[in-house]
Design a protein around this ligand. Structure first.
Ligand code: F6R
Length: 607
């Protein structure tokens, strides 16, 4: 999704902005631009396509100014072209604006501004903001921004520079992330921490409708009524290398190799003296007695983690669980009361649909427990309880290590609830904890054998359509495997419950169709073997992913990838890795840009 960087200090702004935007490239974008305050004027340079094109343009005619804002745009209103890319300049040429989010009442505002004589040159909603600030500007830029944000509806992170201001610039946010970086004689804004991590680790996290005024040696934050707000400094504790490739060809591969470590980081601190302790989350046995149903709400990969969560919580804790796609949940007037617990899952903690689903749940009285990766993100701040997945920054657009840690967190929750509800025996509980602690080693062994999958991908990357089938937890895994493949290799694929295939989709299986079968559930092994026979009888080529001891699978599948023997209940945390590797190698074989797949964005902060 779009990225924002802003700078004020004693250095030339342009190189710092370009450098920061490079760190945000992973978010996905299709054009980029900068605006620099120079010689009492605003110099704007922008271009469609890759950041390298903008960098070349900037280097040819380097602006010398010390204040600037930069943007990478992921098109929503208007196609990606030079005109629609940010920054946008107001009618009078006085105000330059970069914006993430969507202004929902932009048509009304545009009509009003047009009636006031403002001419529009782009198709974007953002241009409205530039003109609106210009309209309200009577010599005080902070006042103009405050008046404007009180009139716009929708979501925004804004960076604003003004031709009349040689000592400050302004930013604001609502429902779209923005942090302020506090430096020494220089200050920054950024939509995401990696953009400024090279310069500072001290940040302010802005709340909705806060407006910040930055000069080189001072930062002041106001609310939307103009009253000053005291902010606490948030210290970023991960280091720069966490957001770099460190010798791997792609972030995605690096992040898969980090899975053992981040699972350990997520599980270990929560196991004390052989028992699960969920940070400061105090959901007691009495609280659990009152919970009639749990809703798990998320998007994309996080939603697929939620599907695993449903199986596991229902099986262990015997509480009914409904899993919902956030964009559907929030608009379907869900039957939520204070007798429900809502578990929100999000890597970024900023996905707009998920955030709004959280608000809907809270409005209806539910307690919200979120499983989030980014500390200080909107979702983490608005939840009643937060269980962080310590996955570190995930840069590749395709989520990998975050998923494994989301599953780890869900298993801890399920076990904790099960024990508190008295549904499991001490012996089972202890063994389960030991098995969970062993998962990182299992993944290490899967990664060490990645060549089997690489070879298979090199033989099959021309496939036009691929099916993933599985039963029980393997069905949940199939959904994630299919999504991963689609998003980075652009190969059409579908995930089906093994038993459901014969109710229609089997019509699509023909000679040579590739079918991928995660098979980690011991109690469903025979059923899956029958499903494999069904597709093989119609000419399919089958890749199965199963546990080492399931030797019978070799008799039916064409190729078998094994994972070390683990309990079926927790097998998905490890069995997803071969599916991620498969998607990765298929995409590489096809020459796709795995870290930045087309049309996709990392953190989806629009609806
Ligand atoms: C897929 C992927 C997306 C995200 C989804 C939710 O690889 O990354 O499907 O899982 O956009 O994002 P978060 O978890 O940040 O809420």
């Amino acid at each position: 999704m779009c990225g924002i960087v802003g700078y004020i200090g004693s250095n030339m702004a342009a190189p710092i902005l370009i450098n920061g935007l490079k760190k945000l490239e992973y978010r996905g974008y299709d054009s980029a631009g900068v605006a620099i305050f120079e010689d009492n004027d605003l110099k704007v340079i922008k271009s469609k396509g890759r950041l390298a094109i903008l960098e070349e343009k900037v280097n040819k005619d380097m602006p010398k100014g010390l204040i600037g804002i930069g943007h990478t745009r992921w098109a929503t209103h208007g196609e990606p072209n030079d005109l629609n890319s940010h920054p946008h300049i107001s009618h009078s040429g006085k105000i330059a604006v970069v914006h993430n989010g969507i202004i929902e009442n932009y048509i009304e505002l545009k009509e009003f501004l047009q009636s006031e004589g403002y001419k529009f040159v782009s198709e974007t909603d953002t241009e409205v903001v530039a003109h609106l600030i210009d309209y309200h500007y009577k010599g005080d830029i902070v006042e103009a921004v405050i008046e404007s944000i009180n009139e716009v509806e929708g979501s925004y992170a804004l960076g604003v520079i003004c031709k009349d201001c040689d000592d400050k610039f302004v930013a604001a946010r609502k429902d779209s992330p923005l942090v302020v970086g506090l430096g020494k004689n220089e200050n920054f804004i950024a939509s995401d921490i990696p953009a400024i991590l090279e310069y500072t680790r001290d940040v302010y996290i802005l709340e909705d409708k806060e407006v910040v005024v930055l000069s080189s040696d001072n930062v002041k934050v106001f609310n939307n009524h103009g009253a000053e707000v005291k902010k606490e400094i948030f210290k970023v504790n991960w280091d720069v290398s966490a957001a770099e490739k460190s010798g791997y060809e792609h972030f995605m591969m690096k992040e898969m190799f980090e899975e053992p470590k981040v699972i350990r980081d997520t599980i270990s601190p929560r196991i004390k003296d052989g028992s699960i302790s969920l940070d400061n989350i105090n959901i007691t046995s009495e609280d659990l007695e009152k919970i009639e149903k749990i809703y798990i709400v998320a998007c994309g990969t996080a939603y697929h983690a939620g599907v695993v969560g449903k199986y596991v919580i229902e099986k262990l804790a015997r509480i009914p669980v409904e899993v919902d796609v956030a964009s559907e949940f929030r608009y379907r007037d869900p039957l939520i009361t204070n007798k429900n617990l809502v578990i929100i899952i999000s890597q970024s903690g900023e996905t707009l649909d998920t955030l709004f689903a959280l608000r809907e749940a809270k409005k209806k009285g539910a307690r919200v427990l979120s499983i989030v990766n980014v500390v200080g993100s909107s979702i983490s701040r608005e939840s009643d309880d937060v269980l962080y997945t310590w996955a570190g920054p995930e840069i590749a657009v395709a989520s990998t290590k975050a998923y494994n840690t989301q599953l780890s967190a869900l298993y801890l929750v399920a076990m904790d609830f099960a024990m508190k509800k008295g549904h499991i025996e001490e012996g089972f509980y202890k063994k389960f904890i030991e098995d969970l602690k062993n998962i990182p080693q299992v993944i290490e062994s899967v990664l060490a054998n990645k060549e089997v999958i690489q070879r298979f991908a090199s033989e099959h990357y021309n496939a036009k359509s691929i099916f993933f089938i599985g039963r029980g937890l393997d069905y949940a895994l199939s959904m994630e495997g299919s999504l991963k493949l689609k998003e980075i290799s652009y190969i059409h694929s579908e995930a089906y419950a093994g038993g459901e295939l014969k109710h229609g989709t089997i019509a699509l299986i023909e000679e040579g169709t590739l079918v991928i079968c995660p098979m980690t559930q011991d109690n469903l092994m025979d059923k899956m073997i029958s499903n494999i026979r069904e597709v093989k009888a119609r000419g399919a080529t089958v890749l199965a992913i199963t546990k080492e001891s399931n030797q019978q699978v070799e008799k039916v599948a064409d190729v078998v990838v094994t994972i070390p023997d683990v309990d079926s209940l927790i097998a998905p945390i490890a069995a997803v890795t071969p599916l991620q590797l498969f998607a990765y190698y298929m995409a590489i074989q096809k020459g796709c840009d795995v870290d930045k797949p087309r049309n996709l964005a990392k953190s989806v902060t629009v609806e």
